[in-house]
Design a protein around this ligand. Structure first.
Ligand SMILES: NC(=O)C1=CN([C@@H]2O[C@H](COP(=O)(O)OP(=O)(O)OC[C@H]3O[C@@H](n4cnc5c(N)ncnc54)[C@H](O)[C@@H]3O)[C@@H](O)[C@H]2O)C=CC1
Ligand SMILES: CC(C)CC(=O)C(=O)O
Ligand SMILES: [Mg+2]
Length: 356
């Protein structure tokens, strides 16, 4: 198969982990006889430095022209600590999602059995957890009108959803539930927010079309608690942009680390595959970032954008074997991990390639 893949590393550890993700794609192409070509483009802080724009037109054009995008992360402490900065790396990410119509962000939360002890949650509660989040990605408070009033003393961000926006993400979630455990949990805050009441209304209206799917509606605060108390009660979860952002960082603890969670951002055009984590300033440049979220994002890319299930499964099997062989990056190591099994980013990538 001939495909063109755009690599967009972005900032911080995005650069470090995407380098490993790309090597894995190259190995897959070699092993399964595919012809993948690559290009690279700027986003975030590195793009601002080079062009003044967090999402240069050239990057967007390259994204549109490619068959899939492997994305890293954006963000730099310079902006995090300067709330008054008008041009920010994160604007590039949000604009990319909006411009490409990437309204569905799939975040699989699956625990590799070998990492049962890496989590702070008790093993008997965790074992067998397997959740698929559908986070709406182009609406909600991230994209509504925002601003200041009262001479700058008051700030506002408007959370807005249309029926159409809720319906399209909900349908994807129902369809996914049909192929899995046939349980769908819709998470909202309909006891308080009008946008959540519309959300619930739309999900309730669609539910009769999927009679085999058991639907429950949970308020986001309770959902945050239940995720940790009993993760196995969840199968497919569908939720708004902000709630999905927060709940999936929380859910990363079910998988052991932020460095283990991959995602697929899909919708109207080229799919973008990205770890759920950010640019991680605290570990940038130390070479200790876990590259597996990027590697597993590459697996999602092959499966979802190219329909290459065997190739995708080969990557997941290699990750599983790496963990079975006892290798860990620092974030997923525990007191029982021997020092010689704790690898830096690059070495973890090399060990993984040996198993592919
Ligand atoms: N998709 C994106 O591009 C995202 C960007 N950000 C940006 O990233 C910057 C840092 O944000 P934070 O809130 O610190 O979130 P973060 O996700 O970058 O890091 C949170 C914590 O998880 C750890 N971590 C994350 N990925 C890891 C990996 N692969 N291996 C090992 N440890 C890992 C970090 O060291 C940190 O302690 C900010 O500028 C923020 O705006 C944050 C989240 C997502
Ligand atoms: C800029 C943020 C919306 C990025 C983020 O936290 C995410 O997509 O998970
Ligand atoms: Mg996030």
């Amino acid at each position: 198969m001939k495909k063109h893949i755009l690599i967009v590393p972005g900032d911080g550890i995005g650069q470090e982990v995407t380098a490993v993700g790309k090597k894995v794609l190259e190995r897959i192409a070699e092993k399964f006889n595919h012809e993948f070509t690559y290009d690279e483009a700027l986003i975030g802080h590195v793009a601002i430095e080079a062009t003044g724009n967090p999402l240069p037109d050239e990057t967007l054009e390259k994204m549109r022209a490619s068959d899939a995008v492997l994305f890293g992360a954006v963000g730099h402490p310079k902006y995090d600590n300067d709330p008054s900065a008008k041009v920010r790396p994160e604007q590039g990410l949000l604009k990319m999602r909006k411009e490409l119509g990437l309204y569905a962000n799939l975040r699989p939360i699956k625990l590799f059995d070998e990492l049962l002890s890496a989590s702070s949650i008790k093993p008997e509660i965790l074992k067998g957890s397997d959740i698929l989040f559908f986070r709406e990605l182009t609406g909600d408070i991230y994209f509504g009108e925002k601003g200041r009033k009262n001479d700058g003393d008051t700030a506002y961000d408007i959370a807005e959803y249309s029926k159409y926006e809720v319906e399209r993400i909900a349908r994807r979630a129902f369809e996914a539930a049909m192929t899995r455990g046939k349980r769908l949990c819709s998470v909202d805050k309909a006891n308080v927010l009008e946008s959540s009441r519309l959300w619930r209304e739309v999900v309730q209206a669609i539910a009769p079309e999927y009679p085999e799917v058991t639907v429950e509606h949970i308020f986001v605060d309770a959902a945050a608690m239940m995720l940790i108390k009993d993760p196995k009660r969840f199968d497919v979860v569908v939720t708004a942009n902000l709630f999905g952002d927060i709940l999936t960082d929380e859910a990363s603890q079910i998988a052991g680390s932020m460095g283990m969670l991959a995602s697929a951002s899909v919708g109207d055009s080229t799919g973008v595959y990205e770890p759920i984590h950010g640019s991680a300033h605290d570990i940038t440049g130390k070479g200790v970032a876990n590259p597996l979220a990027s590697v597993l994002s590459a697996a999602l890319l092959l499966d979802i954008s190219f329909g290459l299930k065997d190739e995708s499964n080969a990557i997941i099997a290699a990750v599983d074997q790496l963990l079975k062989d006892g290798f860990r990056t620092r974030d997923i190591a525990d007191a029982n991990t021997p020092a010689d099994k704790i690898l830096n980013t690059e070495a973890a990538g090399e060990e993984l390639l040996k198993r592919l």
